[in-house]
Design a binder for this molecule. Structure first.
Ligand SMILES: O=C(O)CCC(=O)C(=O)O
Ligand SMILES: [Fe+2]
Length: 334
């Protein structure tokens, strides 16, 4: 049996019709639910600002008020980002059979591999997106079976990106720690230190004849501590703010940072996980490269002990991350 791949559906949807399983209900359709003509300008933080006190303050405010911000001058060379995008794009442009070599293993609990989300949303609808997931850090958790061998430079480019990204993770975790009144290293240590998993996802959103009716990724908060995302130049990320959906402005060379559930929990609610979703375009392919920074499954997650006391009791349960993930993915109460 042929598996469903949105890239293939897209290539076969040349007229203005698409299979009904992708058409969202009116309460979700972006053509109806997006605030038109307004780009949400989430805070853009200059990481290289000589006034590092200001950077700390900006990271703190954005994590608390928005749950999302963009960073520029982050020391990841723009050529490296271009290369990361280039090798990812080359992979998705390979013939279908070559991509299927990396397909997610059916029945496996791991997210790793090439695929299309099989589960439908609450209304039984699917997203207009395919993806590839693989771990890029730590080395002991990497399974190269899911790293494309074609293009040949895929591995080298991704390893180089991962190396640079670790510096950004450290700086973000340190800033967020200080923002909460902790020592610079305390948040990362409690979160899992250098054992935290860096899980790369590549989203591939092919052109869609009716972009107003579908969503790429439906509304969600990420489960991670933080997510660091490189988009291509095709706008599509939306954030929910003050009760409405807005397009997030594309900023060249910026990394988009999302606060995820685990950071909200770790901070006992001080930092907010951002609700977001993606739209697609009629004539352009959108791609994005989020890296989810998350604990290992066995890691116990909950509010940092120094952030709770009698006056500020824990707002979230303490449990293993894998149990948290199970409840979230199966939509059972936490
Ligand atoms: O493509 C994007 O900009 C966001 C994707 C996303 O939210 C996700 O994959 O979790
Ligand atoms: Fe997300």
């Amino acid at each position: 049996m042929e598996v469903l791949r949105v890239q293939r559906v897209a290539s076969e949807s040349k007229d203005a019709s698409i299979p009904a399983m992708f058409v969202k209900s009116e309460t979700e359709q972006p053509g109806i639910t997006t605030v038109q003509g307004v780009n949400l300008e989430v805070p853009v933080i200059d990481f290289s600002n000589p006034n590092q006190e200001k950077v700390l303050r900006e990271v703190y405010e954005a994590s608390k008020d928005w749950g999302m911000f963009q960073i520029v001058n982050h020391e990841i060379p723009s050529q490296l980002i271009t290369n990361l995008q280039g090798v990812g794009k080359e992979f998705f442009e390979l013939p279908q059979e070559e991509k299927e070599v990396y397909a997610k293993i059916e029945g496996s609990e791991s997210l790793e591999g090439y695929g299309t989300k099989l589960s439908k949303d609450v209304n039984g609808k699917k997203g207009w997106v395919d993806h590839l997931f693989h771990v890029i850090w730590p080395p002991s958790s990497i399974n190269y079976r899911f790293w494309p061998k074609n293009p040949p430079s895929y591995r080298e480019v991704n390893e180089e990106y991962s190396k640079h990204l670790r510096g950004v993770v450290d700086k973000l975790m340190k800033s967020m720690s200080i923002g909460l009144g902790l020592e610079g290293n305390e948040l990362k240590e409690y979160a899992g230190g250098d054992d935290m998993i860096h899980l790369l996802k590549i989203n591939y959103y092919p052109p869609c004849p009716c972009p107003d009716l579908v969503l790429g990724v439906p509304q969600h908060t990420d489960m991670s501590y933080i997510t660091i995302l490189v988009p291509n130049e095709v706008q599509g990320l939306q954030a929910f703010r003050d009760g409405h959906w807005y397009d997030v402005k594309y900023v060249p060379n910026a990394l988009v940072i999302h606060i995820g559930d685990q950071m909200e929990i770790l901070s006992n609610g001080k930092y907010k996980a951002v609700l977001h979703r993606t739209t697609v375009k009629e004539n352009e392919t959108r791609m994005s490269w989020p890296v989810f920074i998350e604990p290992k499954g066995e890691h116990v997650v909950g509010p940092h002990p120094k952030l709770v006391n009698e006056d500020n009791p824990p707002k979230y349960k303490t449990k293993k991350y894998k149990d948290y993930a199970y409840c979230k993915l199966n939509k059972t109460p936490q």
